[in-house]
Design a protein around this ligand. Structure first.
Ligand code: PLP
Length: 388
């Protein structure tokens, strides 16, 4: 029987996020110490790889130090060069874009759908040019992008698709796991994600032609992985690379969380469904939109957000919740309007749906260890808010 222990001191009575510990993390970390290997690619890393490969049916999963580093590996594997264009939504985390910009790519920002807040596939084809070298699909809140259309368009132009699936481990689109559609997919195990080891990530490789080089890039540009398997007798500098493999201590922590997937997901599902049911009438009365989950998508219960009618009631609700020591937060600021995005020519009005959603979106406290009574307080505070 697993028990969630909420960690750490918090400034808010009900914070936005709290990492959860289930108990077995410490035992597994102690085992990693006893094994005498705490560097990367030890027993626990191997077990995490097996878990992800079996769970998702991907050709290869490689743990990385972060989702950011998995995305950087993807950009290297796709040989992104200066002047190449990468089509990506502006409503995402900086790393989705930065990993490609680091290789000299120019981001071409695509607007999002007003319902799922995912890249709007109906705008994709007209943004493709001869310089387009990748399309990045980030599944917001773990709700699948329209992968059939995206893959068909990209496929027609011979452009690879990478999935930033930082939110979406165990989410599905038309019955198939997110992260298994693109040639490459990435996961995050940051403290704010459903499954965590503090900082961590994974590269999911669906096209086996990338496996050998991915192992080399992740191991400082050497063939160390092949030497370990006895496929080469000494290890050499083969290619570009960096140090993208996490300590086996972190893999031990992560494995304990991955193995508790049913428990973690059941908790999060309950929390999500309570918000959805108890806020339904209030949302209708106040012209607030709750998340849209298309019937062909199964979500992984990563977050719960409200789309408020405008920025002012959003701020009013944030302030009201803050007065009750409850932390609700907004989310991504449009990347095309950031100081860096403007250097690539971003202007207000380029992505109107993104700009509007970014102004209106509010995320409620959502974490595996959120208790029933704390969640009831969040709901009660929202229902009694008279600020708008
Ligand atoms: C969290 C997140 C990342 C970055 O993850 P790290 O593991 O912190 O590098 C990238 N993309 C998205 C969409 C995220 O939410």
């Amino acid at each position: 029987m697993l028990n969630v222990m909420n960690a750490g001191k918090v400034r808010y009575k009900i914070p936005f996020n709290r990492p959860c510990f289930l108990g077995p993390e410490q035992d597994y970390m102690a085992q990693a110490v006893a094994n005498g290997q705490i560097s990367g690619d030890g027993e626990f890393t191997r077990r995490c790889h097996e878990f992800l490969e079996r769970q998702l049916g991907v050709a290869k999963a490689l743990l990385t130090t972060s989702c950011t580093h998995a995305l950087e590996t993807a950009a290297l594997l796709l040989n992104i060069q200066p002047g190449d264009e990468v089509i990506v939504s502006s409503f995402t985390f900086v790393s989705t874009v930065n990993a490609f910009v680091l290789r000299g790519a120019k981001p071409v920002f695509i607007d999002i759908r007003p319902d799922t807040l995912n890249l709007d596939e109906t705008r994709l084809e007209r943004l493709i040019t001869p310089r387009t070298k990748a399309v990045i699909a980030m599944h917001y809140a773990g709700i699948g992008c329209e992968m059939d259309t995206i893959l068909a368009i990209a496929g027609r132009h011979g452009i690879p698709v990478v999935e930033d699936n930082a939110h979406g481990l165990l989410g599905r689109y038309k019955g198939r796991w997110l992260g298994t559609f693109g040639c490459l997919g990435t996961l995050s195990f940051h403290e704010t994600k459903n499954f965590t080891c503090g900082e961590g990530g994974a590269l999911l490789i669906n096209d086996p032609k990338f496996i050998e080089r991915a192992e080399i890039l992740r191991e400082k540009g050497t063939n160390r992985s092949q030497v370990f398997r006895g496929q080469a007798d000494k290890y050499s500098w083969i290619d570009l690379g960096s140090s993208y493999l996490p300590s086996d201590l972190l893999a031990a922590f992560l494995l304990a969380q991955l193995e508790a997937r049913d428990f973690i997901q059941a908790q999060r599902r309950r929390i999500w469904e309570v918000y959805a049911a108890e806020l339904l009438d209030w949302a209708r009365q106040h012209s607030v939109n709750l998340p849209t989950i298309p019937t062909h998508c199964e979500q992984p219960y990563h977050m719960f957000y409200l789309l408020m009618p405008s920025a002012a009631p959003r701020q009013a609700l944030i302030d009201h919740l803050k007065s009750r020591s409850i932390l609700a937060v907004f989310h991504y600021l449009p990347l095309h309007l950031s100081p860096m995005g403007r250097r690539f020519g971003g202007r207000p009005g380029d992505c109107p749906v993104t700009e509007s959603a970014s102004d209106r979106l509010l995320r409620l406290p959502f974490y595996t260890g959120l208790s029933k009574t704390d969640q009831e307080q969040v709901v009660a505070a929202i229902l009694e808010c008279k600020a708008f």
